[in-house]
Ligand binder design. Structure first.
Ligand code: IVH
Length: 684
């Protein structure tokens, strides 16, 4: 006889389990959780703790008992009480119409047939058996008659109930469905595996299959598997509904997940419509599907139609065009992207995949080439999904011929001839041509002209594209050679806007060393680093001549940035462009750092707020930094002075609260004047 208190604890345990099951049901099946995750976790831990204190009261269907702690030696066999069939396929509109025709002929009716349309998930068919609502066994399809017992692994799928929800289910209920891996989980899993140098799966289906085949359920538990139910197998001790659709709804009330895209349709035309809509949606779904399954809805009609060999006459799969095909790798070219990144591109024997003929596919980068061990002459698997760039995902090693050639990265940029550089530990190799490389030139010019760089007013991205496409400029230095007439002749331009552009270019020539440095677009040299470098070295010449070690003496410059700078100035093309820019009149004031007076505001932190009327925020920042001050974005107790322009808001209030010195614009301008700062041509 259990003691009164142990009965009470058993009650409490069951109560916690019921709450957790209800939350799971709302979360996974209804997609409408009623408590935050933290509350669920709290209940879960509470249950775990109580079970730890009373191990004799742990039940096999408790939500804490998903993962077994002993690996199997082998899978045992399970004989399916109702065979697990496969499906016939149709591949196009005519074949679909013919399927519907055959169904109606056999049923001797001209009435439209009602079908259930379901996405055909690309995973693995499984059978899951519930006895009195408790999950007791799960098996793979195997050959349709006998499969493997994968109960341990199936139990780890969080969205599948260990105990059915609600009531009214048959005492023996075998459900059928598809186990799959959602795309996001698949990608995350591969990313982690790659990081650890472990095996990568070619697609979510293989990953799902590999995960279900684990003898150690602790491994399966770490894989993001999911399952949708799409039918029932053997049942006893209860009844189901009269139609397939209603049965799916019943399964749902019992806590089993049904695909939300499942729809009813009448006649072949509606089936085709559903197919087309899903095909269009295919790549937006969270999981991969390889077609649609149509099933006659009425179970009476299903029975009447029966089976042929191993497939039902009442259902068919409408297959989508394959997204993966095999073909031969004929060669590899290297493409230079807008940031100089070098991409190996596979030249393929043309192959029809994902609905188009593909003869080029990306190989991503040299690390991927090495990982896949792909060689010219290999047979490879090409994947093309939607409008995404086709990619080579795998080599079919069994088909490797004798004389394959390894793929080598070129030493020089195929577009501009500059050195190719691949920093250790990075996957991407890059052309070091930067400003000089035509492949990179548009991005380089856009950056050069941008507000925080040379600040050429009116020279936006579109105009840069147009100027390069028209052949009016090829390098940043060409900007300063532009003439009004050819610019005015361009589409959507005119005399006036052309003149404005030339004037803006002229005005941009007077710049500062930090802006110029930033404008050069040296990788990893952002606005802040450019400023540090300018302050530390004083002149461009000093920066150019500095060694990596010397560069690292500047605050916040580490080995990577230092190496990028040395690399940049080591390229003759870049020096040529700098020379051309200076010849065109780009200038700034330089000061040897030794000659620089100790900044009047060294060590002071300023914050700018509100609108300044006589100078821009950027100019004010420039001037303050020139005097040695730090300019911070927000007010804190470390702020020394707040410059408050018009309509200053919360920063001003905070400064006031903290008792920080506040000056207005005229006091600020006076301060600049006192330290000899000139604005434009006039002293402010
Ligand atoms: S019904 C008698 N429905 O497709 C009906 N199968 O080619 C048997 N599949 O082995 C299956 N989604 O792995 C059905 N909504 C769905 C499905 C589906 C994917 C798979 C399943 C089956 C294969 C048949």
């Amino acid at each position: 006889m259990p003691s009164a208190s142990s009965t009470a604890i058993a009650q409490q345990l069951e109560n916690l389990r019921e709450q957790l099951r209800e939350h799971n049901y709302r979360y996974y099946v209804l997609d409408n959780p009623s408590v935050p995750d933290a509350e669920y976790d709290r209940l879960f831990r509470q249950l775990q703790q109580l079970e730890q204190e009373h191990p004799d009261l742990i039940t096999h269907d408790s939500p804490t008992q998903r993962v077994g702690d002993r690996p199997l030696d082998a899978f045992s066999q399970v004989t399916h009480r109702v065979p697990m069939l496969s499906l016939d396929n149709v591949f196009n509109d005519q074949e679909l119409v013919a399927f519907d025709r055959r169904v109606r002929d056999r049923l001797k009716t001209e009435d439209e047939i009602e079908y259930v349309c379901e996405p055909k998930l690309d995973g693995l068919a499984v059978s899951v058996l519930y006895e009195n609502g408790v999950l007791v066994q799960a098996a793979t399809r195997g050959d349709g008659q006998t499969g493997e017992d994968i109960t341990q692994n199936i139990r780890t799928i969080q969205s599948l109930p260990l105990k059915l929800h609600g009531a009214g289910y048959p005492s023996t209920l075998e459900v059928r469905g598809e186990v799959f891996m959602p795309r996001a989980g698949f990608e995350e899993m591969n990313r982690r595996a790659a990081e650890k140098g472990e095996k990568i799966f070619a697609n979510p289906r293989n990953a799902a299959a590999g995960s279900l085949r684990q003898l150690d359920a602790r491994i399966t538990a770490q894989r993001p598997l999911d399952m949708y139910c799409y039918g029932v197998g053997f049942i006893a001790g209860g009844e189901l509904a009269q139609t397939h659709f209603d049965n799916l709804q019943l399964l749902k009330t019992w806590g089993l997940r049904i695909n939300a895209e499942t729809k009813l349709a009448r006649g072949a035309a509606e089936l085709q419509q559903y197919h087309d809509a899903m095909l269009a949606k295919r790549n937006q779904l969270a999981y991969e599907i390889d077609g649609i399954v149509y099933k006659v809805n009425s179970l009476t009609l299903q029975k009447e139609l029966g089976f042929v060999s191993r497939a039902p006459r009442w259902a068919t799969a409408h297959k989508f065009p394959a997204q993966e095909e095999m073909t031969e790798l004929l060669g590899v070219d290297f493409q230079v992207g807008r940031t100089g990144a070098l991409t190996p591109v596979a030249r393929l024997a043309p192959v029809f995949v994902g609905g188009v003929t593909v003869s080029n596919a990306t190989l991503h980068n040299m690390d991927e080439v090495a990982r896949m061990d792909v060689r010219v002459g290999d047979t490879v698997i090409v994947h093309r999904a939607g409008d995404v760039i086709p990619k080579v995902v795998k080599v079919v090693l069994e088909k490797r011929p004798e004389h394959t050639q390894p793929i080598h990265m070129p030493a020089h940029c195929p577009v501009c001839g500059s050195d190719i550089i691949k920093p250790e530990g990075e996957a991407v190799a890059r052309c070091s041509g930067g400003l000089y490389c035509p492949a990179q030139v548009k991005e380089a010019i856009k950056h050069f002209a941008s507000r925080k760089a040379m600040d050429v007013e009116g020279l936006g991205d579109k105009l840069v594209e147009q100027l390069v496409d028209q052949g009016l400029i090829a390098h940043v230095s060409d900007l300063y050679r532009l003439q009004v007439e050819p610019v005015a002749a361009m589409e959507r331009m005119g005399q006036k806007s052309a003149q404005n552009l030339i004037d803006a270019l002229e005005a941009s020539k007077a710049t500062t060393l930090p802006r110029f440095l930033f404008a050069l677009g040296i990788r990893d040299v952002g606005e802040a680093t450019a400023l540090t470098l300018a302050q530390h070295f004083g002149t461009l010449e000093n920066i150019r001549n500095a060694s990596e070690d010397q560069l690292q003496e500047a605050p916040d410059v580490g080995p990577i940035v230092a190496s990028r700078i040395v690399e940049f100035f080591g390229q003759p093309h870049n020096l040529e462009i700098i020379r051309a820019l200076r010849e065109a009149g780009v200038h700034w004031t330089e000061q040897e750092p030794a000659a620089r007076e100790a900044g009047a505001l060294d060590g002071k932190t300023y914050v700018l707020t509100g609108t300044l009327t006589q100078l821009t925020r950027d100019e004010a920042k420039d001037y303050l930094q020139r005097l040695g001050a730090k300019v911070a974005g927000s007010v804190s107790k470390n702020t020394d002075v707040v410059v408050a322009g018009e309509k200053a808001g919360s920063k001003l209030k905070k400064a006031d609260e903290l008792g920080i010195a506040i000056i207005d614009e005229s006091a600020f301008i006076q301060l600049l004047r006192d330290h000899g700062i000139k604005h434009g041509t006039e002293e402010i």
